[in-house]
Design a protein around this ligand. Structure first.
Ligand code: ZN
Length: 319
């Protein structure tokens, strides 16, 4: 049977100041900080995960906050153009007002018959909220400053910008199991065979130079792989298609592999298990600096090197 991914597992981007990053995703967007850890490959940098009430796969946007001294990125070909969260179609005006009230510039548009709000986070990362009747696995966060019915419902789509659509399209359709579903104004929409939450990938062409990874850009898009065994099958498939890829890597909350698609975007495949409750109870998610076993012995040293950070405190919304 051909391999397919159900859709996006998480999206990881580079931010500047950690406190400003967390304040935006928790206080403004109402996401829960489900994990506070460090970049396993660079333990002087935090790794923040913001998601739904349970840290469900397909809801978490994650950041390496490099602080404001970090190198600024520059958008260009081979990068994620926008990351879109699903909202209820009846929540579009709520969100336009909420963002405007917080001095976030919002642009309204319509795409494939659905209403879209476009804006950027404080570091310049492009985000969208799409009002659609689409499937969701998201679990509400009861302590969110956003009322439950308006909360973000996990990813709807990612839009990838490439110099030439065809090679990336072949990667999506011939390797990842996506199908061309629609096209409009130069945008091509693909949907994974499962048609579940976060199953949409849009491709657009850009004539900008190859982008620079840094503050304000997306580092990679992770798709869901069912298991480590399936990741091995993915690696075999990448090799068959002549694509260079990584080893299988233990990321504590999931197991990962990485592959760069021909248009330049870095893809990861990540497993749903063990998930964010691997080292914290669901009630406690994100409440402390979590370190994997192999870094725990260096905790004092790691904590001393990290920038000071207090997680944002929010008041739960009244319904
Ligand atoms: Zn990742």
């Amino acid at each position: 049977m051909a391999l397919t991914t159900p859709g996006v597992h998480h999206v990881t981007a580079i931010a500047g100041d950690p406190a400003r990053n967390a304040a935006f995703y928790v206080e403004t967007l109402g996401l829960r900080m489900v994990k506070r850890t460090v970049n396993h490959d660079d333990t002087g940098t935090y790794h923040f995960y913001f998601g739904d009430g349970a840290g469900t796969p397909g809801t978490t946007i994650t950041f390496f906050p490099w602080t404001d001294d970090g190198r600024q990125g520059e958008f260009g070909a081979g990068q994620t153009r926008a990351t879109a969260y699903l909202i209820d179609p009846g929540s579009v005006d709520y969100w336009a007002d909420r963002l405007t009230d917080r001095d976030v510039a919002v642009e309204r548009s319509e795409r494939f018959g659905e209403r879209v709000l476009s804006f950027t986070d404080p570091d310049g990362i492009d985000l969208e909220l799409i009002g659609a009747d689409a499937p969701t696995d998201a679990v509400p966060w009861t302590d969110s400053p956003v009322p439950e019915r308006h909360q973000l419902r996990g990813f709807y789509s990612v839009t990838l910008a490439v110099a030439d659509i065809e090679p990336t399209e072949r990667m999506l359709t011939d390797v990842l199991g996506y199908e061309l579903a629609d096209s409009e104004d130069g945008r091509r929409r693909y949907r994974s065979a499962s048609g579940g939450p976060g199953s949409v990938v849009d491709l657009v062409e850009t004539d900008t130079e190859r982008g620079w990874m840094g503050v304000g850009t997306v580092h990679h898009v992770a798709f869901e792989a069912a298991s480590v065994e399936e990741e091995q099958q993915w690696l075999d498939a990448f090799e068959e298609h002549g694509l260079g890829s990584s080893e299988i890597i233990d990321r504590k909350y999931f197991t990962s592999i990485y592959v760069r698609e021909p248009g330049g975007v870095l893809f990861e495949f990540a497993t749903p298990s063990p998930g964010f409750t691997a080292d914290e109870d669901r009630d406690e998610l994100g409440s402390r600096l979590a370190l994997p076993e192999w870094l725990e012995a260096d905790r004092d040293e790691i904590e001393a090197r990290l920038p000071a950070f207090e997680p944002p405190q929010v008041m739960p919304a009244d319904e």
